[in-house]
Ligand binder design. Structure first.
Ligand code: PLP
Length: 437
């Protein structure tokens, strides 16, 4: 395949040159550096609704939506009003306040398995804390995770499998000790056998199984119901806790995320992204007996200077209240299904080897495949290269996708019919340019 022609933003190039001098790789989170798609990252100066404007003054329809939090779109006016109002009250107390209580009550009233909740400042923190509770509650040290699920930059989950369960687990990041990596077992998604084997091999040692019930960090790997049921049943049969990492899917595919749609009650659950409406809020929640293991009433320590930040929790609550009022979950599901079908039709019509996987308001543009992609090893290496060309072509046509072949896209309430039609036209033009035509 030929190297893709990359999108050119002169003002961004100048800012990136400066950023490289003062920040590792010029970015504060790796995907933003465009390593997966090549070229220079576009810098943005403002955003509204479904659109972001670059520092060159170019407007893009945004399907990244800050990687998921903005279910109402950028700067929703009702959320903005609550944020402004809160700034006039306080922006941090480090003390008790009623605002996080309101969000906690909103959540616990609607999500029965979230008997108690604790707010933190990121999804990573939420996951880290849930794992600590699981180990404390079971007195076991090992964790079971799945290849293709991402849970933030928690040491014990930055691991990759050797060759299947038999191979050694190694860390996927320098700086994670082999002792920590070795405590985690990595199973393959979509494999009941792997789950059974893991629990049999490490009988009595696994504290918890953690999974994204809708894996959306290595493409959108929609799992079979029977597989998810097997994971939960096997964990329970072996005395391990079930942690659903719903940082992406929670409050995004339904209020209670995938657990609600599946009718499965996890022991612990982690939320982030939508829960803060675009502000840095995360949350872990679950069975009261487990949550009560946390300090100050229990022996599991967890704390945070800015935890339950009033601006964040009020923005989160305003987002969720509005989302509920407009019945956003059904609206977005229908709109996303239609949009995915429209794109599929157009890709087919122009002979582009692309296809769209969709669940709720999540979309993933992937290579043509005659069966659903459920595991990482079903994605070919050519996909990333082809996506790079498509990504830059989309930018030239005025559409911003997440800058990596394995990231999903999101629809928000601001992606109305007209915006989606414009986007479909643009993405069709982009698809005509890629290799494989
Ligand atoms: N868990 C999942 C499923 C995620 O998708 C992410 C982030 O993308 C995290 C955890 C980590 O959240 P954060 O980036 O807020 O630390």
């Amino acid at each position: 395949m030929t190297k893709p022609q990359t999108y050119d933003s002169p003002a961004s190039a100048e800012l990136f040159r400066r950023a490289l001098a003062v920040t590792p790789g010029g970015v504060h989170s790796p995907v933003r550096a465009y390593k997966g798609v090549g070229g220079t990252p576009v810098f943005f100066r403002s955003a509204e609704g479904a659109r972001m404007t670059s520092v060159d003054g170019v407007s893009f329809i945004d399907f990244c939506q800050s990687f998921g939090p903005l279910i109402l779109g950028h700067r929703d006016p009702d959320v903005a009003a609550v944020v402004r109002e809160t700034l006039d009250l306080a922006w941090s107390f480090g003390a008790c306040e009623p605002y996080s209580l309101e969000l906690a009550e909103w959540l616990t009233k609607r999500i029965p398995w979230a008997e108690k909740v604790r707010f933190v400042s990121s999804g990573t923190e939420a996951v880290m804390s849930a794992l600590r509770i699981a180990r404390a509650a079971t007195g076991r040290r090992r964790l079971l995770k799945f290849d293709g699920c991402y849970h933030g930059h928690v040491d014990s989950l930055l691991v990759k499998a050797g060759s299947g369960l038999a191979g050694p687990v190694t860390s996927s990041s320098a700086g994670v000790s082999s002792e920590v990596a070795e405590e985690t077992i990595v199973a393959s998604l979509d494999s009941e056998q792997d789950v059974t084997d893991a629990f049999e091999k490490y009988e009595g040692e696994i504290a918890a199984v953690i999974l994204e019930p809708l894996p959306a960090n290595n493409g959108l790997l929609i799992q079979r119901r029977a597989f998810l049921d097997h994971v939960v049943a096997t964990a329970r049969a072996h005395g391990a806790l079930v942690i659903f990492d719903e940082v992406i899917s929670g409050l995004r595919v339904a209020v209670g995320g995938m657990a609600e749609l599946l009718g499965i009650r996890p022991d612990l659950v982690t939320y982030g992204k939508v829960i803060g409406g675009g502000f840095p809020i995360g949350c872990y929640a679950g069975r009261a007996d487990l949550m009560d293991l946390v300090a100050p009433i229990g022996p599991v320590y967890q704390a945070g200077t800015l935890s339950a930040n009033p601006v964040g929790v009020r923005a989160g609550l305003a987002t969720l209240q509005k989302a509920e009022e407009i019945g956003i979950w059904n609206v977005l599901e229908n709109r996303s299904r239609d949009f995915a079908a429209e794109l599929d039709g157009r890709f087919r019509a122009v002979g582009a080897p692309l296809q769209v996987a969709q669940f709720g308001s999540l979309l993933w543009i992937h290579e043509l495949s005659d069966k659903p992609i459920r595991r990482v090893d079903q994605i070919t290496p050519e996909h990333a290269q082809r996506f790079a060309g498509f990504f830059h072509a989309a930018l030239r046509e005025g559409v911003y996708l997440a800058p990596n072949a394995y990231e999903v896209g999101f629809l928000s309430a601001a992606h109305d019919q007209q915006t989606l039609e414009t986007a479909a036209d643009a993405l069709e033009r982009a698809a005509r340019t890629i290799d494989g035509n």
